[in-house]
Design a protein around this ligand. Structure first.
Ligand code: COA
Length: 135
């Protein structure tokens, strides 16, 4: 089931974020300040992954997506991405580290194209690819 998290569950998302990102951790808590949308994937009463997104310049931007390391490669990321792409919008965008081949390949398979890049996008100085999918 994909749903919005309760406030009391945010620490669980924070832990997933900490375990999956070594740098550029957004912090779920600070994200609440913005008008972002947060969704979680829950199965067997366990929150297995989440994504954060927001609308920006008539595009729906995927700010962060992560699956608990115990449950990766079991289809959770695809379910979250399908949910993200069901948003009533014609244009979807995201940034991805080009060395993150699992995520990059996943986005490609879902029809995202590289339309640019930003140098020093991440805290560690890494470049980010900017990707877009139009319906
Ligand atoms: C990227 C991420 C969200 C994908 O979630 P997931 O639940 O593992 O992905 P899925 O099980 O739905 O698999 C999606 C595809 O990736 C492949 N995949 C997943 N993990 C993989 C791995 N470790 N090695 C190789 N391929 C992998 C799957 O085989 C599947 O490919 P397919 O479309 O050919 O069937 C997850 O790996 C993650 O949390 N990574 C760390 C955080 C991150 O990098 N987020 C993205 C930032 S831009």
């Amino acid at each position: 089931m994909i749903r919005n998290p309760k406030i009391s569950e945010l620490f669980k998302l924070y832990k997933i974020e900490r375990s999956q990102f070594k740098f550029d951790r957004l912090s779920i808590f600070s994200f609440l300040k913005y008008r972002s949308l947060i969704y979680v994937f829950e199965e067997d009463q366990i929150i297995k992954g989440y994504y954060l997104a927001y609308e920006e310049n008539s595009s729906y931007y995927l700010e962060s997506i992560a699956v608990n390391y115990k449950y990766v490669n079991k289809g959770v990321g695809k379910k979250l991405l399908n949910h993200f792409l069901s948003y009533p919008c014609d244009n979807f965008t995201l940034h991805v580290d080009p060395t993150n081949t699992v995520a990059l390949n996943l986005y490609r398979r879902y029809g995202f194209n590289i339309i640019g890049y930003e140098v020093s996008f991440y805290e560690n100085g890494n470049l980010a690819l900017y990707m877009e999918k139009c319906k």
